[in-house]
Write a protein that binds this ligand. Structure first.
Ligand code: ATP
Ligand code: LTN
Length: 333
């Protein structure tokens, strides 16, 4: 299919920490797999990241590291657009306009807002509240058809669609109304120590709960071996076996199988042996990514160039949409 006829994929990730295995299996792995079939645009959502306090030096480093990791996974910056959100001013400008088409009531129903304000009770800022509006601006600026994300972002995609439709109803067909692309397996990886809560790169107090993509591989294997399970020693999927079900999901997502296929492979297998198989699969997935990350990180000039080129390509598309919106609402453009 020619480049012009391909559908547009857009997604972003916050540089709020080193990505977790959850980020990888829920989002990044798909991002890589989609790059041949679609025109893909992937951003580092550093404007979203400052909705919770960040150390400035650290944030700059995490931003570069995340972009480097995108490439280490195999996302090609020549075929796709990789860029840093704050490099493209149109995001902030469109977010303001969309704020005026979003209701307080709908924002206050967002579960991520409720969770984050409970966690950061000393800093419930307006940015945290309007976070989904900026996310809608991200997606709508690029006329995205599909947005590959994990399960936790489903509600934010719904509000994006609502905002787009509301705007289109008033001004005509300005925005493409996007669909989510949520994987069947891996869309919600749970913590290894708290399998009833999602694995999160920045919200965990217990290091053993999360596998970070750049973890020492021996350490990653140990985290899996220490993962919380239960006492009946049967490897099967069940809502009352959240730890084992999570490990089965991880294994399935890494190997590209369904959760049921994975379950079938381990019938009659003890927990020790099962955990070893999961650990081996995860490690073999992470090893080449870590090696490539190390190589790429040493080429500072190349990363600078990818960031600069990405910003230019993204701004070109974003500015076209922004100008259209500004004309529609009556700004003198
Ligand atoms: P934070 O902990 O800083 O809030 P996060 O780890 O939840 O961040 P995001 O940057 O908000 O990650 O999300 C990046 C992508 O990873 C999103 O598409 C999100 O749906 C996906 N994702 C995050 N956590 C998981 C998880 N545990 N399982 C599957 N996908 C996930
Ligand atoms: N809120 C998202 C990150 C994000 C995003 C986006 C995802 C910011 N802008 C646009 C998809 C499309 C999250 O994963 N927490």
């Amino acid at each position: 299919m020619s480049e012009e006829n391909k559908k547009i994929i857009y997604s972003a990730m916050q540089p709020s920490g080193i990505p977790s295995l959850g980020n990888y299996l829920g989002a990044l792995k798909n991002w890589k797999n989609l790059q041949n079939e679609y025109n893909c645009i992937y951003a580092i959502a550093n404007m979203h990241a400052i909705t919770v306090r960040q150390d400035p030096t650290e944030l700059r480093k995490k931003t570069r590291d995340l972009l480097t990791l995108f490439m280490a996974i195999g996302i090609d910056p020549e075929k796709n657009i990789l860029y840093v959100q704050s490099d493209v001013k149109a995001h902030a400008e469109l977010a303001w306009v969309l704020n005026c088409f979003t209701y307080m009531g709908e924002l206050s129903r967002m579960t991520q807002f409720k969770d984050k304000s409970a966690k950061h009770a000393d800093n419930i800022n307006a940015g945290l509240f309007t976070y989904p509006v900026l996310m809608a601006a991200d997606i709508l600026l690029y006329n995205a058809d599909l947005v590959p994300v994990g399960e936790d972002q489903r509600q934010h995609l719904e509000i994006t669609r609502d905002i787009a439709e509301r705007f289109n109803n008033i001004y005509g067909d300005v925005f493409t109304v996007p669909d989510g692309y949520i994987p069947k397996v891996g869309a919600r990886i749970m913590g290894l120590q708290e399998p009833e809560r999602k694995m999160s790169k920045s919200e965990s107090d217990n290091d053993n709960n999360v596998i970070y993509m750049l973890d020492d591989l021996g350490r990653a294997a140990n985290k899996i071996k220490r993962a919380v399970t239960d006492s009946d020693n049967e490897v099967r999927l069940s809502p009352d076996k959240p730890g084992i079900s999570n490990l089965l999901n991880i294994y399935a997502a890494v190997t590209g199988k369904s959760a049921e296929e994975a379950e079938g492979e381990f019938v009659g297998c003890g927990y020790g042996e099962f955990k070893k198989c999961v650990a081996d699969a995860v490690i073999e997935e992470l090893r080449p990514i870590q090696e490539r990350f190390k190589e790429l990180s040493s080429d500072k000039a190349y990363i600078d160039k990818v960031i600069k080129d990405g910003a230019e390509k993204a701004a070109y598309i974003a500015n076209k949409t922004l100008r259209k919106v500004q004309r529609k609402v009556g700004f003198p453009v």
